[in-house]
Write a protein of this length. Structure first.
Length: 363
């Protein structure tokens, strides 16, 4: 059996065409992510993208490289690659560090696939090969947002996730402008409040979103307000998406117990494939809907998330188009979208371009 021989990490930086703003103060102007490469003693290789988000997970590119090289690699080198459960058990001994663990787990799955003569798509073998995608429209000036919406619609996106919560009246006005601009088109909208609403105001605000035809809303209330979130969900005003409240399977168990959401947003970048599969099973057992988020990944991370999004039980548009915000990439060719969908069978030939990667490595 192949054994883990080495875990490599390097940080790469990709320019963005405009910033992504969300929540009360978070902003992303450039992608600075970590490429994680697991190599076995038989020469099999697995790749994944770790996505540091200091304001969400507390991780930075530097901390991800440090935790992998100083803690995880010494614990995992020499381990049989088929021992995924043991690998995750050893990583679980270190708290948090979600995307560092997620990237290692995904890399190990690709190593297993390669050892069996397969790629990741063949290994996971998802039954759904055409995935409906959504696009995250960040907070900015209305004219900028409208221009961005038009641009991504022309490139194949048909579902937009609109950030709300900083100024709800302005958010409603923007949604109305979007609907006017795209009247008669296939465009659909849902909202992400990033925990920005207040319990006493949220019911009325959600009713406004219903009147506007919004599909659902993500994390309307602060995560710590469990009773208030459960009450809001019981009102059944608008389907609620759980994201920040369900980082891990342990978090999800709590949320399912208190019945705080209708749709689970699984982000493979923070839970890898192993924990994501556990969460998918748990959510479906409780008749919850499921979508997949790409955690603002470049094309590499998007592909990893997209393959997972094809699994049975994932029935809502998944956030698989953030690469449209990037001005350059580390892969050999772009993902193509057609009429709102991503075709998984077109992803097999997209690989990391070593020359392009080298040009974007942070020294």
């Amino acid at each position: 059996m192949p054994k883990i021989a080495e875990i490599q990490t390097l940080t790469f930086r990709l320019p963005m065409a405009g910033a992504l703003s969300w929540g009360k103060a978070s902003r992303l102007d450039v992608l600075e992510h970590v490429l994680v490469r697991v190599i076995t003693d038989t020469g099999h290789i697995g790749l994944a993208e770790a996505t540091p988000r200091p304001t969400i997970y507390g991780e930075t590119p530097e901390s991800i490289q440090a935790i992998i090289q100083k803690y995880f690699a010494p614990q995992l080198v020499g381990l049989d690659v088929t021992q995924l459960e043991e690998a995750n058990r050893r990583m679980a001994a270190v708290a948090n560090n979600h995307t560092a663990k997620g990237a290692i787990d995904i890399s190990l799955h690709e190593v297993l696939a390669a050892w069996q003569g397969q790629n990741l798509l063949a290994y996971l073998n998802p039954p759904n090969r055409k995935i409906k995608v959504s696009y995250i429209l960040g907070i900015s000036e209305p004219a900028t947002m409208l221009a961005e919406a038009k641009a991504v619609y022309e490139r194949g996106v048909r579902v937009l996730k609109v950030k709300v919560g900083r100024n709800f009246a302005k958010d409603v006005a923007l949604i109305q402008k979007l609907q006017t601009e795209f009247k008669g088109s296939q465009l659909e909208l849902y909202a992400d409040a990033n925990e920005g609403l207040l319990p006493e105001e949220a019911p009325a605000q959600l009713r406004q979103l219903v009147a506007l035809g919004i599909l659902y809303v993500e994390e309307p209330l602060p995560v710590e307000m469990i009773p208030e979130r459960a009450t809001l969900r019981q009102m059944e005003i608008l389907p609620l998406i759980g994201d920040d409240s369900a980082f891990t399977p342990r978090d999800l168990a709590r949320e399912l117990r208190f019945n705080t959401f209708d749709i689970l947003n699984i982000k493979t970048a923070r839970t890898g494939y192993s924990q994501s599969l556990q969460m998918l099973t748990a959510a479906r057992q409780q008749q919850k809907g499921v979508m997949v988020g790409s955690q603002a990944s470049s094309t590499l991370g998007t592909i990893r998330a997209a393959i997972f999004a094809g699994l049975a039980g994932i029935d809502h548009p998944s956030e698989l188009s953030f690469f449209l915000k990037l001005e350059d990439e580390i892969v050999n060719r772009p993902i193509e979208l057609l009429d709102g969908y991503l075709d998984l069978d077109t992803l097999a030939e997209i690989t990391v371009d070593e020359a392009r990667l080298k040009a974007h490595v942070v020294q």
